[in-house]
Design a protein around this ligand. Structure first.
Ligand code: NDP
Length: 460
């Protein structure tokens, strides 16, 4: 039986980083992956999604280009050729993940892993290695980094609906898409399909999409949706899906029916822990996730750790990577690096991206007296193109200390701009720092340093 100092279950972003850093610090490390190296983010998540967002933007850009004097026109989108290019890029990235691990001296296994006891793992056949011969591995430290998988509500006809895993491999682009769920995935894919020319219905339970984001940003998004050709159905819940002669009929509670060629469930994700044999190792599972101590990713069993989506703490790639990196350094290297998880920036790659760092107005006003600064404007690019839609920016500032508690934006390059601002918010910047910063003209970002007068004072 092979023995390791560290064995990682799951070759996604967090698991790969953990394995690499541990091996680079001299540990004997093994890692197992069941489906695709690089995990959800690289194969059926962030990366192909962003490529799809780019694809969706081009149609609009060509339209705009005409207003800027170009003799350009669009004659439709070739889905099959785009998917082939996307797949080529994803397999290139798969290869990079494998070679990074190999170069670091990590042993790679393909197969489905399960615990035999708290120090022993058995690896059996999996989609990547259907004929694998079962083998056993022992390790002093085991990291569960198995990620998450989409959740479908159990309504009649749910089997007719797809989830994000499927959306990356559809043979054809559906003409009529009904997307259920107003979270990250629902909003992003609404923008993608609408940009590529599909008619899109977006169905969500709340008054506005993106529960958890700043309310004013959410209201702004609701106003923008129709400008991108998306038909919003707020405060609606799906009841059942029926197959029809022409596609599917999605019935909503209250009686409305939406006809579609594709019903897409974007109704959250849950940790992938089934068949892992966690009970054999004595690992406690609560509400379908593995609870861990935030400071060291430790489960209730000494020597067993969990990072990334399987803990259901952040569900973001960069936080999984940070958790994996920290854990490997703590176990085998020099602990001491710090990451500011509290100021983790977030972005939704809608056609007009939205991004946030720090506290929302609603969160901040519970414990602080705050000054709110807002700005809504027509991005310069749209003046010639005549395209409708506005950008929105918002700062949440502690009235007393003038520390910037949160920054929120919807508009061109929002994710790029908020990433820059996230450094400043993490460093504890005050509104005075923004005020003494010279703007970079003409940009949208300069608005963050030119908002002089509070829109309102709240809380306290
Ligand atoms: P989210 O948790 O973001 O949103 C789920 C949506 O589905 C919500 O609108 C929710 O409504 C709704 N919903 C849940 N259950 C039901 C139900 N039974 N019937 C109707 N609606 C339902 O999940 P996503 O699937 O969009 O994304 C999963 C995770 O992946 C995200 O939390 C995020 O962490 C990550 N992700 C991050 C991205 C990024 O960083 N850009 C991109 C994509 C995913 P309600 O609000 O009422 O609960």
């Amino acid at each position: 039986m092979q023995e390791y100092d560290l064995f990682v279950i799951g070759g996604g972003s967090g698991g790969v980083r953990c394995a690499r850093i541990a091996a680079q610090n001299g540990a004997r490390v093994g890692i197992v992956e069941r489906r695709h190296w690089g995990g959800t983010c690289v194969n059926i998540g962030c990366v192909p999604k962003k490529l799809m967002v780019y694809a969706a933007e081009y149609g609009r850009s060509v339209d705009d280009a005409r207003k800027y004097g170009w003799d350009a026109s669009v004659h439709g989108h070739d889905w099959a050729s785009f998917i082939a290019s996307k797949d080529k890029e994803i397999s290139r990235l798969n290869g990079i993940y494998v070679s990074l691990l190999e170069k670091a001296g990590v042993d790679l296994f393909t197969g489905e892993a399960r615990f035999i006891d708290s120090e022993t793992i058995e690896i059996g056949p999996s989609p990547l290695e259907p004929n694998a011969k079962p083998q056993k591995i022992r390790a002093k430290n085991i990291v569960v980094a198995t990620g998450s998988t989409p959740t479908k509500p159990s309504i009649p006809g749910a089997e007719y609906g797809i989830v994000s895993d499927d959306a990356f491999h559809l043979e054809e682009r559906p003409q009529r898409v009904a997307i259920i769920g107003g979270g990250y995935i629902g909003v992003e894919f609404a923008g993608i399909f609408a940009g590529l020319g599909s008619s899109v219905d977006l169905i969500y339970r709340q008054e506005h999409p993106l529960r958890g984001f700043d309310d004013e940003l959410r209201t702004h998004l609701s106003e923008q949706l129709p400008l991108y050709g998306i038909k919003a159905h707020p405060q609606k819940t799906p009841e059942k899906i029926e197959k029809t002669e022409t596609g599917y009929a999605l019935h909503l509670e209250g009686g409305a029916v939406i006809e579609a060629d594709c019903v897409f469930f974007a109704t959250g994700r849950h940790p992938r822990i089934e068949n892992l044999g966690l009970e054999k190792a004595g690992v406690v599972v609560k509400d379908g996730r593995i609870p861990v101590r935030i400071i060291n990713s430790a489960t209730n069993v000494p020597g067993i750790y969990a990072i990334g989506d399987v803990t259901a703490m952040y569900n973001l790639t960069p936080t999984a990577i940070a958790e994996g990196h920290l854990l490997a350094e703590r176990l085998f290297g020099q602990a001491g690096r710090e990451w500011s998880f509290a100021t983790t920036p977030k972005a939704v790659f809608f056609s007009q991206p939205l991004a946030s760092v720090g506290l929302t107005e609603e969160e901040a006003s519970k414990n602080h007296k705050i000054d709110i600064y807002t700005s809504s404007f027509r991005p310069m690019h749209q003046t010639l193109s005549g395209r409708e839609g506005r950008a929105f920016m918002k700062l949440v500032v502690d009235s007393e200390s003038q520390v910037v508690l949160g920054a929120h934006m919807a508009g061109p390059e929002a994710a790029e701009i908020i990433q820059g601002l996230a450094i400043a918010v993490t460093a504890g910047l005050t509104k005075r720092d923004l005020d003494r910063t010279i703007g970079l003209h003409p940009t949208s970002a300069e608005e963050f340093v030119t908002m002089r007068t509070p829109t309102r004072h709240v809380g306290g």
